[in-house]
Design a protein around this ligand. Structure first.
Ligand code: ZN
Length: 486
């Protein structure tokens, strides 16, 4: 009898250790800040402690010793995995140097495997996401597979990799919890996937009505409602709608609804946007708004602590979701630009006057003339406008294709003009992607929709007497404002 109760007690202790390990892991996702300097030593020390606990567990001669060693293994593995998750999240290229070798993982007992990294190949459907922090941006792509949802982290820059939302891909890398840190270049479109060719210009899902559901959310621990439902409506369907109707010359327009505030049972200090989407969708349905009936769904969540102003899914999947911690007009315009398939309008400074050189310095929001960069209220730059289809087939907004040296005349970009607004200069084919490249030349002056450029700190002499050059690929992807200052 006493032996049995001892085993039961040991078993309970073991379960408590598993629960502690699970709780630690859940916490790790919420506190994922990149601190490789401190996390790499934690992982290495954890690896040593884990292997020592495994040796004790294998050598244990009594049930109590074996349970104690198992509990230690779980605790050590969970703490180690928290640090590993922060590395996978923030510095995924460092994971390789921190991983347990496969033969060591194979020697560890099955009950500890959920708390270990693992090499995996996952097939699923890609969702391309951008998070905008104001001073920097992060790709936060998600891969939906049969066995769940993976957060992708890229060890090499995925720009212009021709991956779009909805593409079926096969991704190989190191799984840590629900993070999948991809091997360099390891996310590839699977054979026969339509996504790889869906980035032809203009992007197909831009024109017409964009029916949008906006759900303002607060939390049971913070039920503040900093804006009225009517104020939220005005932001989206007043200012933002007017912007898109104007720059698209009526080709894209916003309609939709704002639900009353909904209160979610989530901790606003944990940036659980999937939880927000699931709970807010259910709350919206209960109030008679079915998210499935909209092309775009936006969650306004001013009390949630995520670090970014907005996080948006790019491209064609419907409904396309956006999470916002602010209702600033320029942020909503920017995130909706992502929804319509745009990436960022970056800046580039090149020492050798070759805008395609790998030696160029790039700046995430470096296009001071474009809301997908750092402008406020200006139209999109010429290549972004072409991606959206807003430039072609409109007499007032055509581009002149430059195929020979000569004199060409363009009008001021953001004012009413009968002149072409941009020159497009073909610039060969990208040797890596095979995509055609172009330079766009425009004349940006602080008038019309560009009026706010007068207040951006751009040197007025340069603003009034020079042209602006953008370089990019005739596809979706980034576009670069070239600093052509001699
Ligand atoms: Zn962005």
């Amino acid at each position: 009898m006493s032996g049995l109760s001892k085993t039961t007690r040991a078993f309970h202790g073991f379960r408590a250790a598993v629960l502690t390990a699970t709780a630690l892991l859940a916490a790790s996702a919420a506190t994922a800040a990149a601190t490789p300097d401190t996390d790499l030593p934690v992982v290495r020390a954890g690896t040593a402690a884990l292997l020592a606990a495994r040796a004790d567990w294998a050598a244990a001669t009594t049930a109590d010793d074996r349970t104690a060693a198992a509990q230690r293994m779980l605790r050590v593995a969970a703490t180690r995995m928290q640090a590993l998750a922060r590395i996978a999240d923030g510095e995924p290229q460092l994971l390789a140097s921190a991983m347990l070798p496969a033969h060591e993982i194979a020697r560890l007992p099955a009950f500890v495997r959920p708390y270990l990294e693992e090499r995996r190949t996952v097939q699923g459907t890609l969702e391309v996401r951008w998070a905008d922090y104001g001073d920097h941006a992060r790709r936060m792509d998600v891969l939906r597979s049969d066995d769940g949802r993976w957060q992708l982290r890229y060890t090499t820059d995925p720009r212009n990799s021709r991956l779009t939302t909805g593409t079926s891909i096969e991704a190989t890398g190191v799984a840590v919890g629900d993070l999948l840190a991809l091997d360099p270049g390891a996310a590839e479109a699977t054979a026969g996937s339509s996504g790889a060719t869906s980035n032809a210009l203009p992007l197909a899902y831009v024109f017409g009505e964009q029916r949008m559901l906006v759900v303002p959310v607060n939390f049971t621990t913070n039920t503040a409602t900093p804006y009225t439902q009517a104020q939220v409506y005005d932001q989206f369907f007043g200012g933002v709608a007017a912007y898109y109707r104007d720059v698209s010359a009526g080709r894209t327009w916003l309609t939709g609804d704002v639900t009353p505030w909904v209160t979610l049972g989530l901790d606003p200090n944990v940036c659980d946007i999937e939880g927000v989407a699931a709970q807010a969708d259910a709350a919206a349905r209960a109030r008679g708004f079915d998210p499935a009936g909209y092309a775009r769904v936006a969650y306004v969540m001013p009390a949630m602590n995520c670090g970014w102003a907005g996080l948006a899914v790019t491209g064609p999947a419907q409904p396309t979701r956006t999470w916002l911690t602010t209702t600033q007009t320029r942020v909503i315009i920017h995130e909706l630009g992502h929804n319509l398939g745009l990436h960022h309008s970056r800046g580039r400074t090149c020492g050798d006057l070759n805008p395609w050189s790998s030696a160029c310095q790039s700046y995430e929001y470096g296009d001071l003339f474009d809301v997908m960069g750092n402008a406020d209220g200006s139209p999109f730059n010429a290549l972004q406008m072409r991606r959206l289809g807003y430039f072609d087939g409109d007499a007032a907004a055509t581009t002149t294709l430059v195929s020979a040296p000569g004199d060409y005349t363009i009008g001021t970009y953001a004012s009413t003009t009968t002149l072409p607004r941009a020159l497009r200069i073909p610039a060969g084919t990208d040797p890596v992607t095979g995509l055609p490249r172009s330079l766009y030349v425009t004349l940006r002056q602080p008038i019309g929709r560009d009026a706010a450029l007068a207040y951006t700190g751009i040197d007025p002499e340069r603003l009034n007497h020079g042209v602006v050059v953008n370089a990019g690929w005739e596809s979706d992807g980034d576009v670069y404002l070239i600093d052509s200052t001699p």
